[in-house]
Ligand binder design. Structure first.
Ligand code: PLP
Length: 288
């Protein structure tokens, strides 16, 4: 397969020739934000929510909107030309530009931002995930989707080194989210997930799943914190993200999730929610 096209600061280039300045503040300080927007069967999914979150992230770190909505759309359309009928993830990032010399303080607001977008295929997710818990070592504004992801990458690397798929981040005994996923658990017949706030990223998949579950009355949703001991006793656990959808967790810290015969297997609530979510991803044909 040919390497993906890259949109970079108003130009189109191929992967090999896409280069940014060494003064780009994303490169120097991690001073920027990003989005990952999935396209299923070549159609963007949750676009409004992703663009809303991008605007919020930009606002929170004081970068002006670099492009109008139709300009973004033209970029997405071109990126997805090679993905007709296929699943892909559009990646975009905006940094505070490349002022010289390097200085912690922000440059003149008129400094051109750094804007990049590219696309990659979404592979099939595995049937279930194995996870470990670990302390959340991130900063106090995890609600901003910043490109500054060092603690997240360190957590994921630790998981990989232990031969598992995801790190579940824990702060003060409470389960916050995964290194690149939100977490849900079925406990006492309710679907529980941490409330949004500065401690975690408000995932678009999380939001769409909660809205769908409430709209269809599938199970009661409780947005409150889960203790680590409650997580260990949960009937079912799953992770969500734009590229993984609903990803059942089969094992946490080496112990199977759930009890009895179904332990260590995707649970019935998870499977039901996933079925409904797959329908949400596939636009219904209008009757002729
Ligand atoms: N939490 C973190 C820390 C993430 O990085 C991500 C996605 O990258 C998510 C949650 C899931 O968010 P979304 O469903 O919008 O992909």
């Amino acid at each position: 397969m040919s390497p993906p096209p890259v949109y970079l600061n108003g130009d189109w280039c191929d992967t090999a020739s896409a280069q940014v300045s060494v003064f780009d503040r994303g490169y120097l300080f991690g001073d920027g934000v990003y989005e990952v927007i999935p396209a299923f069967g070549g159609r963007l999914f949750g676009l409004e929510a992703h663009m809303e979150r991008l605007s919020r992230s930009l606002r929170e770190i004081g970068i002006a909107e670099p492009l109008a909505r139709d300009e973004w759309q033209a970029i997405f359309d071109r990126l997805l030309e090679g993905y007709v009928g296929r699943d892909a993830a559009v990646y975009l990032q905006v940094t505070r530009g490349a002022p010289v010399p390097r200085d912690h303080a922000w440059p003149d607001p008129a400094t051109a931002p750094g804007v990049m977008a590219t696309v990659s295929p979404i592979g099939r997710r595995s049937e279930g995930a194995r996870a470990i818990t670990m302390p959340d070592q991130r900063w106090a504004r995890c609600d901003i989707k910043t490109i500054n992801l060092l603690p997240n990458t360190m957590a994921r690397q630790k998981a990989v080194e232990q031969g598992v798929d995801e790190a579940i981040l824990v702060r003060d005994g409470l389960v916050i989210e995964g290194s690149a996923t939100n977490l849900f658990a079925v406990i006492g017949g309710r679907l529980v997930t941490a409330p949004t706030g500065p401690q975690m990223l408000a995932g678009v998949t999380r939001r769409l799943l909660i809205e769908m579950t409430r709209r269809k009355g599938l199970i009661e949703v409780d947005e409150s914190f889960i203790t680590v001991s409650a997580l260990r006793g949960a009937d079912e656990v799953f992770l969500t993200s734009s590229t993984k959808d609903i990803w059942p967790v089969l094992e946490i810290d080496g112990e199977p999730v759930g009890q009895g015969e179904g332990a260590g297997r995707p649970g019935p609530v998870t499977c039901r929610l996933d079925e409904h979510f797959q329908q949400l991803k596939t636009p219904q044909r209008r009757p002729a």
